[in-house]
Design a binder for this molecule. Structure first.
Ligand code: HEC
Length: 83
C-alpha cells in the first residue's frame, strides 16, 4: 500500500498532475468528456465537496469496477475538491 502511494506521488511529480486527474483521464474521460451528456464540468458542479457521493456510485456502477478503492477515492476527491 505504501509502495502504491509512493508510486502515485512520484507520478504526480513526473507529470505535474494530481493522480486523480490522471485516473480521470484514463478511466472516465472517454464517457465524460466535455460535450458528453455528463461532462466533468457537470460532475464538478453536482458533486462539489461531496467526494463520498462519487465513491458510493463508483462501487455500484460498472465504470468503477476496474479501479481500486484508493483510485476511486483519488479520482472522487479530484472531481469534488479539485485535488
Ligand atoms: C463506459 C462509459 C463510462 C465510463 C468509463 C465512466 N462513466 Fe460515469 N457515467 C456513465 C453513464 C452512462 C452515466 C449515467 C448518465 C445518466 O445518468 O444519464 C454515468 C454517471 C456517472 C455519475 C453520476 C452522474 C450524476 O448525474 O449524478 C458519476 C459521478 C460518474 N459517472 C463518474 C464517473 C467516474 C468518476 C468515472 C471514472 C472512474 C466514470 N464515471 C467513468 C458512463 C461512464
Amino acid at each position: 500500500m505504501r509502495y502504491l502511494m509512493a508510486l502515485l506521488l512520484m507520478s504526480t511529480f513526473t507529470f505535474a498532475k494530481p493522480p486523480g486527474e490522471v485516473i480521470f483521464q484514463n478511466s472516465c474521460e472517454r464517457c465524460h468528456a466535455e460535450g458528453s451528456k455528463k461532462p466533468l464540468s457537470y460532475l464538478r458542479q453536482k458533486y462539489r465537496s461531496n467526494p463520498q457521493g462519487i465513491m458510493e456510485l463508483a462501487k455500484v456502477c460498472p465504470w468503477g469496477k476496474n479501479l481500486s478503492d484508493m483510485e476511486i477515492e483519488l479520482v472522487s476527491r479530484w472531481i469534488a475538491e479539485g485535488k
